[in-house]
Design a protein around this ligand. Structure first.
Ligand SMILES: NC(=O)c1ccc[n+]([C@@H]2O[C@H](COP(=O)([O-])OP(=O)(O)OC[C@H]3O[C@@H](n4cnc5c(N)ncnc54)[C@H](O)[C@@H]3O)[C@@H](O)[C@H]2O)c1
Ligand SMILES: [Zn+2]
Length: 398
């Protein structure tokens, strides 16, 4: 009985701390500094750590203390070339952190889950108003504006990218409460959403089933996450194809049943036989193309059985033309192909489930993050990323 009362008092106290007092707004935890560090890309291949004031929060805004952020291919592109002339800007869109302060109107995340101080969150660059459109929209309805963090410059506060100590999430942005995921899983949300989308596109063909033989070509982060998603879905027969043995070995840890190193084979016929042998004498029912190589695109049709399916997702950017034979590769084989680009908002929710499911069946997806750097070493982090020595490079704040 005594124990019960103690527990009740503790619970009431905890609730009081989490409940906004009528006169105290915005809600706040701990001591928040007046300024925050942010890594601003000020010239090609040059981030500078700058100090910006943390602004007063509006009633709909959220202040997040950043815990970490993945380095993405688009960050590498911007760091090396600045193709759209965006410098100076604060990058980092694969970030996550803890809510330390929020305006009085903030009650729920974009999925309707309650939000409170201490919750771990991520942002998403897809507008919540229209979950069905992807980034590729000619009217640019869903790119730019207040909703985008770590991709575009802003003209005022600069705490709008995750390569920083604090991030200001403005009212109306897409934000998700992901407190039930660990830090590594949260950093992997954005790249994983790309594959959740690709698998959804693949399922739309009606060919990809849990008992399908599935080939995944390319074992960079994209192909590897694809394998982990297939495994988490219950697909048992997955053949991974790459030229890097270390990546192929990791593909096995993430769920591939067999691997094919294309460097062991001379010519496409021998390679096709290699893939067939890896499936125990069968071609693939379905294949995912996860490289940016036009030759790899041309090759993959040979690995697919008559009536099979293909999801091409390896060309986020223009990688040039591929030569295929429409008669042999598509028409006479009756191949169903789908393309996949970025993701929708709905894919985010599925991604959270995938990350939990992967952990539950013991897939070591956290090992995808091969290098961790503090914010002060953001230039080194990007240089390591460009050298392509690891898989996912992440900034982990101290
Ligand atoms: N659809 C999307 O929205 C989307 C999003 C992000 C990335 N991508 C694309 O996905 C691709 C993969 O991304 P990543 O980060 O994993 O890149 P990555 O460069 O780390 O991995 C590519 C892998 O493909 C392998 N490869 C190259 N040529 C091959 C061949 N002929 N046969 C088999 N394997 C071969 C490489 O050895 C490498 O391991 C990129 O081209 C990227 O543009 C697409
Ligand atoms: Zn990304």
């Amino acid at each position: 009985m005594e124990m019960n009362i103690e527990a009740i008092v503790k619970q009431v106290l905890a609730e009081m701390q989490g409940t906004p007092g009528a006169t105290v707004a915005p809600k706040q935890a701990g001591v928040i500094p007046k300024t925050s560090k942010a890594a601003m890309l000020t010239a090609l291949e040059n981030y500078e750590i700058k100090e910006f004031p943390i602004p007063e929060l509006g009633d709909d805004d959220i202040l997040v203390k950043v815990e970490g952020c993945g380095v993405c291919g688009t960050d590498a592109h911007e760091f090396k070339r600045d193709p759209f002339g965006l410098i100076p800007l604060v990058l980092g869109h694969e970030g996550t952190g803890e809510i330390v302060k929020m305006g009085k109107n903030v009650k729920k995340d974009s999925a309707g889950k309650p939000l409170t101080i201490g919750d771990k969150v991520v942002t998403c660059m897809i507008f919540k108003d229209n979950p069905d459109i992807t980034m590729f929209d000619l009217n640019k309805q869903n790119v730019g504006g207040a909703d985008v963090y770590g991709l575009l410059p802003d003209d005022d506060i600069h705490l709008n990218g995750w390569f920083a100590d604090y991030l200001v999430i403005r009212g109306g942005s897409t934000v998700f409460n992901v407190s039930d995921l660990d830090l590594e899983s949260r950093i992997l949300i954005e790249p994983s959403a790309v594959l959740i989308h690709a698998v959804e596109r693949a399922k739309s063909t009606g060919i990809l089933r849990f008992n399908s033989r599935v080939a995944v070509q390319g074992c960079g982060p994209i192909g590897l996450i694809c394998i982990a998603i297939l495994k988490t879905m219950g697909v048992q027969n997955i053949v991974a194809i790459d030229g890097e043995q270390k990546r192929l070995d990791f593909a096995k840890e993430l769920g591939a049943s067999a691997t094919v190193n294309f460097k062991d084979f001379q010519g496409i016929e021998a390679l096709t036989d290699g893939v067939k042998a890896a499936f125990g004498g069968y071609l693939a029912d379905f294949a995912f193309q996860c490289t940016g190589s036009p030759i790899a695109h041309a090759n993959i049709y040979k690995f697919i059985r008559n009536g099979g399916g293909l999801c091409e997702l390896g060309f986020f950017i223009n990688g040039g033309d591929a030569t295929i034979n429409p008669h042999f590769d598509i028409c006479s084989k009756e191949i169903t192909t789908v393309g996949s680009w970025v993701y929708t908002l709905r894919d985010y929710a599925t991604t959270f489930d995938f990350l939990k499911g992967a952990k539950a069946i013991g897939l070591p997806i956290h090992k995808l993050i091969t290098h961790k750097f503090p914010l002060s070493q953001i230039n080194e982090a990007h240089i390591t990323n460009l050298k392509m020595e690891g898989l996912k490079i992440a900034i982990i704040n101290e």
